[in-house]
Ligand binder design. Structure first.
Ligand code: XMP
Length: 507
């Protein structure tokens, strides 16, 4: 299959470049910036893109690709830092400048090839400190802004291009058109990446494995789709286990069982382990300890299941592409802020091999696969939910009372967002609860009740997030319903912290 390779120089948008290209059905892969030239050649790309990144090309330790990449005779597009690398490599000069962040108007000086079909000017998203002062010989300026006289440059005969702005972000007008010009017209890549093709190839690959597969399903879209693909390939050699840990959303355990039983013919074993988890969490307040306890309990339950129902050769997981890639620059501190877990990893002696059928896919692609496989719309559109469940949405000890409050209040938040049409526009929406109390008046009596924290965020990939500016009427409705319908709650607050510095979950 034709592919475009994106070298990752550490921009927060690197994955977005691949996603955008895949949206028009060309396969794109993100690789570390220092990939060896041999490996790059083996990948046989139709073209190469350099992502942006936080470094400056004149710093001694700035990330540089293997220099042979410039001589591969392949079309090359540099974005932001990648643009500056191209300028620098071919003998131009990059200078430090004032930071330019936000929209600028790009005036098109030459609408051939890369900037074809975008008109005379466009609103372009800028996020840079350095800029090209002198462009290399054999290059010409094809677009400029008020601040950057060489915001887009080209060496047409060699098919090498550099742009200071970010075509991959939605804030750049016609950004997709620019990427299409590069990928389809300049690289001549064929549009061969379809989810139907992915399903066919994956099912065919999995059908060649021997032995039984154990798959922990959570009711989330990733593990469900992983299970369905494997089931298509090997039928009842797949066994799915669903652990009800009592930390799920209101009534979710019943919904998940019903969904599996009504829609899919997979071998599905629900395990009610509410008591084990809630007992295990008694008296524990430290967030990391809570995660560890939940993770370990999952492992014990899987182990018991495997002993009774095995032997199993494989453990299936719904790992996605962004979790697989190791950026060549740094994964940043985000990766270690909290110990995320899916099933927590199984003990060595189980010696299961890991099967990850979704490791090439982005979330939006998983949704497409799910739709093709007949996953009900409700699950397709359901917000992500953390593996340790309400254990990380409850601050302090997990108690029956706090579970009750968090489940009911979150249900109210979800219902009100669905009613007002906001549910599908936001990334996550829930109510957290801790031990703080506030006074309220019920009838003529004062009482101390819990404070609920409503959190609604927008995000593209959960790496960063912004709190949602919900209309006040919706917030008022949510607040009224929570205090009216949940006796234990006296105050409702709305969380207005973005990520960073906050995270999406409170723990
Ligand atoms: P944070 O809170 O780190 O969350 O901003 C980012 C995204 O990850 C989800 N999340 C988890 N998912 N296991 C998971 O499977 C975990 O331990 C976990 N912790 C957070 C969170 O809901 C958000 O979408």
């Amino acid at each position: 299959m034709d592919k475009i390779v994106v070298l990752d120089f550490g921009s927060q948008y690197s994955h977005l470049i691949c996603r955008r290209i895949r949206e028009f059905s060309v396969y794109a892969e993100l690789v570390p910036f220092d990939i060896s030239n041999d490996k790059l050649k083996q990948m046989n790309p139709k073209g190469i893109i350099f992502s942006g990144g936080p470094s400056s090309v004149y710093n001694k330790d700035s990330p540089r690709p293997d220099s042979r990449v410039f001589g591969m005779n392949l079309p090359l597009l540099g974005i932001c830092y990648g643009h500056q690398l191209i300028v620098d490599n071919f003998g131009g000069r990059v200078k430090r400048s004032n930071k330019e962040y936000g929209h600028s108007t790009l005036t098109i000086d030459n609408s051939a090839s890369l900037l074809g079909g975008v008109g005379d000017s466009l609103r372009a998203w800028m996020s840079h400190g350095d800029e090209a002062e002198k462009i290399p010989d054999n290059f010409k300026v094809i677009g400029h802004t008020e601040r950057s006289h060489a915001a887009a440059i080209a060496n047409e005969s060699e098919s090498i291009y550099g742009i200071q702005f970010h075509p991959e972000v939605v804030h750049t007008e016609n950004g997709i058109r620019i990427l299409k010009n590069f990928v389809l017209d300049i690289c001549k890549a064929k549009q061969e990446w379809t989810m139907e093709g992915f399903i066919e190839k994956t099912v065919s690959d999995i059908s060649k494995i021997d032995g039984n597969v154990l798959c922990g399903v959570s009711g989330g879209i990733d593990s469900t789709v992983a299970a369905l693909l494997i089931h298509k390939a090997i039928g009842n050699r797949l066994k799915c286990v669903f652990v009800d840990n009592g930390l799920l959303r209101l009534d979710e355990e019943h919904e998940i069982e019903k969904m599996f039983k009504e829609n899919f013919a997979v071998n599905f074993s629900p395990i009610n382990a509410k008591k084990r988890f809630v007992d295990g969490l008694k008296g524990i307040t430290d967030p990391e300890k809570k995660r560890k306890i939940v993770g370990e309990e999952f492992v014990r339950i899987f182990t018991e299941f495997a002993e009774k129902n095995g032997p199993f050769k494989w453990l299936a997981q719904g790992t996605l592409y962004p979790d697989v890639i190791e950026s060549g620059v740094s994964k940043g501190p985000a990766a270690v802020i909290k110990t995320h877990h899916n099933v927590g990893g199984l003990p060595d002696w189980m010696k299961l091999e890991v099967l990850e059928p979704l490791r090439e896919l982005y979330k939006d692609e998983v949704r497409k696969v799910a739709a093709i496989l007949g996953v009900p719309k409700r699950l397709l559109m359901r917000h992500p939910f953390p593996g340790p469940g309400l254990a990380v949405r409850i601050i302090g000890e997990v108690t029956e009372n706090k579970l009750h409050i968090s489940k009911l209040a979150s249900k109210i938040v979800e219902e009100e967002l669905e009613l007002s049409g906001w549910y599908d526009k936001v990334w996550q929406a829930y109510a957290a609860v801790g031990d703080d109390k506030a006074v309220g008046v019920v009838g003529d009596e004062r009482k101390y009740g819990n404070i609920v924290m409503v959190r609604v965020v927008e995000s593209i990939d959960a790496m960063t997030a912004d709190w949602t500016r919900l209309p006040h009427e919706i917030l008022a409705k949510i607040s009224n319903r929570i205090t009216n319908e949940i006796d234990e709650v006296t105050w409702v607050s709305y969380v207005i912290s973005s990520k960073p510095p906050a995270t999406i979950e409170p723990q």
